[in-house]
Write a protein that binds this ligand. Structure first.
Ligand SMILES: [Zn+2]
Length: 384
């Protein structure tokens, strides 16, 4: 008893002495990593920080540069410069300005619109500072190109949008050999789009074409711009149980999940926005006042019925390629499936956290098999 008390006293004494020796603020933040993600219309720069910081930003027209003064930050070396391979940037430089002040300069190839925001620590991610540099001309051009598809498509053509989940800052589930969900789903997504586009009556597109993050709501927006007839979000499952295996298919539920496991999965997939760093430009997601709620509910009901029909077809086909986790589709509140006017399903192809499934998911022939199955089911769905 006596020794235990002594231990507590000495520990608290130690605690107090540490506290007294370090006046507030305790330490300047250090930058532990700088990452860059290139998308067709923007580039995202992410700084990992040991502490939250304050910053001030400014832009310069010629030469085009973005400046960020970071306060409460120290660098290990007085200057750091990184040449980068990116459509919009040539170089990133960090220079110490004095005590606990660092200047970040992004050297641009052309003028860009900048948005800066911070993200609090979440799961294994530390404090992050995110800078999005957007080429607004390219952004508009891409949007117009998507909107043009529904006008120029031949009569009777169906549009399918394949959504490779996660991307950029959000790796998704990670396998025992460090295979990342975001990479596998992109590879399978590309294969599905390629196979679908060999059919005259189908036109297929991807929501993301590389390793960058798109907020969940923006994926829906992209699908709606295309005038999509069917939306499929591709994922690989993850579990703490390394034995867990099997494919599963999910639809939206507006009234609570069909079971606890589906709810947990939807919660996990929905955290993509926090991990990936969603900055939603408010104007793009404002509710359309012209949309009638009753009409919207009718559309949603119809889309959900169609989603169930596709999910049933897919489950029937996919079990020939991979064992099913459940014999029927499950429902939960997945943000990415919420387009009221588009039948939408989410597919967990296999468990990346299972050694054997991870090995299969990495194999080109298995990816091809899954892609072919999806293509077959999509074709059946459009020609029942
Ligand atoms: Zn996922």
């Amino acid at each position: 008893m006596g020794t235990k008390l002594l231990k507590i006293i000495s520990l608290s004494f130690l605690g107090i002495s540490i506290f007294l020796l370090q006046p507030f603020p305790v330490l300047a933040a250090t930058i532990t990593d700088v990452r860059l993600w290139s998308a067709p219309d923007h580039t995202r720069i992410v700084l990992d920080l040991t502490e939250p910081i304050q910053y001030e930003s400014s832009s310069q027209e010629s030469p085009p540069q973005f400046h960020l003064e970071l306060k409460g930050v120290s660098l290990q070396t007085p200057k750091r410069e990184m040449e980068v391979k990116d459509p919009f940037l040539t170089k990133i430089s960090l220079t110490e300005l004095g005590k606990d002040k660092v200047k970040l300069i992004l050297h641009q190839k052309k003028p860009l619109n900048a948005t800066v925001f911070t993200l609090k620590p979440y799961q294994d991610k530390p404090n992050r500072l995110v800078i999005d540099l957007v080429d607004v001309v390219q952004e508009k051009k891409e949007q117009e190109e998507r909107q043009k598809q529904k006008e120029i498509k031949p009569k009777g053509t169906k549009i399918v949008v394949i959504d490779p989940g996660h991307g950029g800052e959000d790796p998704g589930a990670i396998g025992p050999k460090k295979t990342m969900e975001k990479d596998i789903v992109l590879k399978v997504g590309e294969k599905v789009v390629h196979l679908l586009n060999q059919n005259k009556e189908i036109q297929a597109f991807l929501t993301r074409k590389g390793d960058y993050f798109i907020p969940l709501e923006e994926r829906i927006k992209i699908a709606r711009e295309y005038g999509t007839n069917l939306f499929i979000s591709l994922h690989t499952d993850g579990s703490f149980n390394p034995q867990a295996r099997g494919s599963s298919v999910y639809c939206l539920s507006l009234s609570g999940a069909t079971d606890e496991a589906a709810k947990i999965l939807a919660d996990k997939e929905n955290t993509s926005n926090i991990l990936g760093g969603a900055f939603l430009r408010p104007a793009a997601f404002a509710k359309d006042p012209n949309l009638n709620q009753i009409l919207l509910d009718l559309m949603q009901n119809n889309s959900m019925k169609e989603s169930f029909r596709f999910a049933e077809t897919l489950l029937e086909d996919i079990k020939a390629v991979n064992p099913l986790k459940y014999p029927s589709y499950r429902q939960a509140n997945f943000i990415v499936l919420k387009a009221p006017d588009i039948p939408s399903v989410l597919v967990e192809m296999a468990f990346i956290t299972n050694r054997e499934d991870e090995r299969l998911l990495n194999r080109d022939d298995f990816q091809e098999k899954i892609a072919k199955t999806l293509t077959t089911s999509i074709k059946k769905y459009f020609r029942p």
